[in-house]
Write a protein that binds this ligand. Structure first.
Ligand code: ZN
Length: 671
């Protein structure tokens, strides 16, 4: 599970004391940033080499994600790239420029749907232009089936690009619709229905198994001659061409692993990729979460299921990182006190862990981002996702320090808070404590929130179905919100006083009620799980605090602002909602989850939305950010032995994407 960055960045006070260029190119609703891998140069050669191999492995699965996100994505990307790289006409003409923006957005989203809102990206260039350009492109670059003409290719694929009603949404979560039939993701064959998929996995489940595998995690479910069957993503199966390359680099990584424990982790992962056996995946997860001594760490695999409307199938993601030893002292204070937090939380004791085991947390420096973490990324991660492993063995949390830092530096002085915060006391609180509390909330969310509580026996991982991700994120956020205002944090030296938390409360409510709406297009619902989670919490406490007038929405000069009248009462409401959300999760109360999410987390007030969008537009900021990776180059001696790894930050966005397509494009255009 992950935490995504808030839509605004808290502090205006981030010091700009280095000359690293964080901001890069900007297009559509996106701002590209760079992140600095501080400390890489001074790592021992062995660790550098390990990061190098892991970063190669992290890039090899890019095509897997494109294909998971939609059956036409690889073909469309190849068509666009063919025109983009060879077009001889006027590259400044409107059609070409619009196609370029579209291609950059497709790269960013790893497909043709918005990475966060899930709706189809608009293609604002003409079909005639594109058809002509394709006809003039090198046919060897085009995804043509045997005997297929370019016109036939266009006729087949153009509706997917240009007709807004075809494959309109990647992950549809609309209550009452067939979520699989109406979603464009490629996790289920086009003729599989939601009812069929649910029945298939219901029948597969062994409810008596205390250690259930994550059913369906690593396969596509298809209908073959009237019979449903899984096509597993393994070395000799679906996506095998990419998976074997991943394994190639993982094998090299194993030779320079930090510790024997880490070597075992890598071998188990290779094994899983070879066999697709989900028991092996569980074994790998357990080994991975117990490896807390290695300086370098990584994720590589089918991890998060936000992209499957049923929450079963996991998208491919990867990243490599190393521990920020100084900053980790902060998270270690939390994990060392995990039991205290569990014992004192406001949830029913039946849903509490009697014994918090194996909770580890660290602050890390990201070295490479891949798959579903690139270019849009999480700033915190808590894994593994299997409920039984989390109860029996614990979980590992990371806060990604250098990415948060890059967000803060890039947002320095962007005018966001000046527009949306009109209370000078609050502004000062945010400037003084915003960054500290934001980091702390991420730590609490990942390390303690996701790791807290327990699910009652017999309740499956997918009991809450399409609402599962939102409820889980709300649970983690609420845990963080409840505890960030606790004196325990002052006692642990994590917050300086009992005022600091107010900056986080204000920002969370402002974001959940108002400012996160900048990411939603007019007329659209809130779809993404983290956004739904924030809307759910903010609107629920607003609603339930009304009798005591805890939160007000005040209007000044036609602009809406948040005003918090009673911070203590607000904390109490967070606690109350945490208890309810934990009950829903622990009991697998699908109806309860549905009610909460549908009532609080989905719909948008159109008048308020319009106002927020207009105010945001005037600031001229991009609501979404993503990162360009650094480039690692191995320097070898005459015998081919690696003597150093150099890091380079000069590669441009398009340059990087084209290189990835060329050097890591391992999959056929249809899978
Ligand atoms: Zn999370």
């Amino acid at each position: 599970m992950t935490i995504a960055v808030f839509s605004g960045v808290l502090s205006n006070a981030a010091a700009l004391n280095d000359d690293f260029e964080y901001n890069n190119e900007r297009f559509a609703d996106l701002q590209m940033l760079r992140y600095k891998v501080s400390g890489f140069e001074s790592l021992p050669l062995r660790e550098k080499e390990l990061i190098y191999y892991l970063s190669e492995a992290a890039l090899c699965g890019r095509d897997i994600l494109f294909d998971q996100n939609g059956a036409y994505n690889l073909r469309i990307r190849k068509m666009l790239e063919a025109v983009y790289t060879t077009y001889k006409g006027d590259r400044n003409a409107n059609d070409f420029r619009e196609m370029e923006v579209y291609l950059k957005r497709v790269w960013f989203s790893n497909g043709i749907h918005h990475h966060y809102g899930y709706h189809k990206l608009p293609a604002n260039f003409s079909q005639d232009f594109f058809r002509d350009a394709l006809k003039n492109a090198d046919p060897k670059l085009l995804p043509l089936r045997k005997g297929q003409t370019i016109d036939q290719l266009c006729d087949e694929v153009f509706p997917v690009i240009f007709d807004p009603s075809v494959m309109a949404v990647r992950v549809n979560q609309k209550d009452g619709e067939d979520l699989i039939k109406t979603s464009a993701e490629n996790y289920y064959g086009s003729d599989v229905t939601q009812a069929e998929a649910e029945a298939f996995y219901e029948a597969m489940k062994d409810t008596a198994d205390p250690e259930p595998i994550m059913y369906g995690l690593n396969s596509r479910l298809v209908n073959k001659n009237g019979k449903l069957r899984e096509l597993p993503w393994v070395e000799n199966g679906l996506y095998g061409q990419a998976i074997s390359k991943i394994n190639f680099w993982l094998k090299k990584a194993a030779t320079v692993a930090d510790t024997p424990e880490q070597r075992a982790v890598i071998h188990e992962l290779i094994n899983f990729y070879k066999t697709g056996n989900l028991k092996k995946f569980d074994e790998y997860c357990i080994l991975w979460l117990k490896d807390t001594e290695s300086l370098v760490d990584f994720t590589n695999g089918f991890i998060e299921s936000y992209g499957d409307p049923l929450g079963l199938k996991a998208s491919w993601e990867a990243f490599a990182n190393f521990k920020d030893i100084e900053a980790t002292k902060r998270t270690e204070k939390l994990s060392a006190n995990a039991q205290w937090f569990e014992d004192h939380s406001p949830v029913d004791s039946r849903f509490k862990k009697k014994e918090c085991k194996g909770i580890s947390a660290k602050v890390i420096t990201a070295a490479i981002l891949g798959g579903d973490l690139y270019p849009s990324t999480a700033i915190g991660i808590n894994l593994p996702n299997s409920n039984w492993i989390r109860s029996a063995h614990g979980s590992k949390s990371v806060t990604i320090g250098n990415l948060t830092d890059a967000y803060n530096k890039a947002a320095h002085g962007n005018g966001f808070n000046d527009e949306f915060v009109d209370d000078s006391t609050i502004k000062e609180l945010i400037d003084t404590y915003g960054d500290v509390c934001d980091d702390l909330h991420t730590d609490l969310h990942e390390c303690l929130g996701h790791g807290s509580g327990k699910v009652l026996e017999g309740v499956g991982d997918d009991a809450l179905k399409a609402y599962g991700s939102t409820i889980e994120e709300a649970r983690a956020d609420l845990f963080g919100l409840y505890y960030i205002a606790d004196e325990k944090l002052v006692e642990l030296g994590l917050t300086p006083n009992m005022e600091a938390y107010k900056s986080q409360y204000y920002h969370f409510i402002m974001n959940g009620l108002l400012t996160q709406l900048v990411r939603i297009e007019p007329g659209k619902d809130i779809e993404e799980a983290h956004m739904r989670d924030r809307a759910l919490i903010a609107r629920w406490v607003y609603e339930h605090g009304k009798p005591q007038n805890v939160i007000e929405l005040v209007k000044r000069a036609g602009k809406t602002y948040v005003q918090i009248n009673n911070f203590e009462a607000l904390r109490h409401l967070f606690g109350e909602l945490l208890a309810e959300v934990q009950r829903i999760k622990s009991e697998g109360d699908f109806e309860g989850a549905r009610r909460l999410v549908e009532n609080y987390a989905v719909k948008v007030d159109s008048e308020l939305h319009e106002e927020i969008l207009a105010r945001y537009e005037a600031l001229d900021l991009a609501p979404y950010k993503g990162f360009i990776n650094p480039v690692y180059k191995a320097e070898k001696d005459a015998k081919g032995k690696i003597v150093d790894i150099k890091i380079d930050y000069t590669e441009g966005y398009a340059e990087q994407m084209l290189r990835y397509s060329r050097d890591y494009g391992f999959l056929p255009f249809e899978n």
